[in-house]
Design a protein around this ligand. Structure first.
Ligand code: ATP
Length: 332
């Protein structure tokens, strides 16, 4: 039986990398019918809003989406479509595996981390206002409910993936109440999982430790903003943003996407690395039980990496997005 999923191309390099993933899925003969959604700038032009209700209805109906990056204007303009989607469908877990890839040379070998990021609140609550001219206030929301459910997800993932330790990353020395609550909830949840060790680290130290000795970490549990920043840092350990993907998981819906943004400087130039989006597609396949197809595509992707040839510019090569896609398809 075939699948019916939503596809969000996004903008910037989005359409190029999403097209690449779609081609690879087609070549691997995964039976997927795509419902193509328009969001962001393109949706404003067509529907007058960045996230039309008709698009949300399609995600509600099909439950699963593969998504490219959607640009969020800096400083002004419409608020983030990415954040709005996570809130709308209560996609509270952002799960980002960060692993060294065969053939991709970086400063670090044998990196194998799971990043679990709270996806619905913290400073991403988007509650900001001007108090008086020259003074703005941005409110960080932390709830017991959201902190507990993300901690549950982290520990459950640790058990399922045969991991040994969850490190809670926080700044509870300064934000004693908000980050304090996040940490307290994680410690409470940890009591139910005696086989998984829990420790914690202040986010600035954790950033340094990740660069000095990333092997000391296993599963990292972070609130929203730290998760965003630290997962980009972690992507750097294994070769950069062109390689790492994430799953946004809720109770019903799930959206799979590359960690990277829309990279406007290389957009439309056939230069973007499609690997992160292909990896997002692999995660999506595993989520729906298409393990055989997922393994096949992953094997083909790794074969291209191992060949050391046909890398895009971010990996020190000269191949285009399309050439890399062709190489992956040829390796299937
Ligand atoms: P956002 O705020 O939306 O996360 P960002 O400002 O972090 O976006 P990105 O768009 O993710 O920025 O890009 C950061 C850098 O990484 C840029 O130099 C970009 O060229 C590079 N980059 C990101 N994704 C890719 C990719 N798929 N292939 C090649 N280079 C990429």
């Amino acid at each position: 039986m075939g699948h019916h999923f939503c596809l969000i191309e996004g903008d910037g390099i989005g359409p190029e990398v999403v097209e690449s993933a779609v081609k690879v899925l087609e070549a691997a003969k995964v039976n997927i019918k795509w419902e193509r959604l328009i969001v962001g700038e393109a949706a404003i032009k067509k529907y007058g809003t960045p996230l039309p209700e008709s698009m949300l209805a399609l995600i509600r109906k099909h439950k699963i989406a593969l998504k490219g990056p959607v640009t969020t204007p800096v400083g002004s303009g419409f608020s983030s479509v990415n954040v709005a989607l996570r809130k709308e469908f209560n996609l509270y877990s952002n799960f980002r595996p960060v692993k060294s890839l065969p053939g991709v040379k970086t400063r670090f070998d044998n990196i194998d981390l799971y990043i679990v990021r709270e996806n619905t609140e913290g400073l991403y609550s988007g509650i900001e206002h001007t108090v008086t001219a020259g003074v703005v206030e941005s409110i960080k929301i932390v709830t017991k409910e959201a902190s507990t459910r993300i901690a549950e997800f982290a520990f459950k993932t640790a058990v399922a993936q045969k991991r040994k330790k969850v490190t809670v990353i926080h700044k509870a020395n300064i934000m004693k109440l908000s980050d304090g609550l996040f940490l307290e909830c994680a410690r409470k949840v940890a009591k139910k999982y005696p086989k998984i060790k829990i420790d914690d680290m202040i986010v600035d130290n954790a950033s340094m430790q990740l660069v000095m000795n990333p092997w000391q970490f296993d599963v990292l549990l972070l609130e929203n903003l730290y998760g965003d920043i630290v997962s980009d840092l972690a992507a750097g350990l294994v070769g950069g943003l062109g390689l790492v993907a994430g799953a946004n998981l809720g109770k019903r819906e799930a959206i799979f996407e590359p960690v990277h943004g829309s990279a406007p400087l290389i957009a439309g130039k056939n230069k973007a690395n499609p690997s992160a989006t292909i990896t997002a597609a692999i995660m999506m396949l595993r989520h729906v039980g298409e393990n055989k197809a997922a393994n096949k595509i992953e094997k083909a992707l790794f074969k291209v990496f191992k060949s050391g040839k046909g890398f895009t510019e971010d990996l020190g090569g000269r191949a285009s997005t399309q050439t890399m896609t062709k190489n992956i398809i040829a390796s299937l």
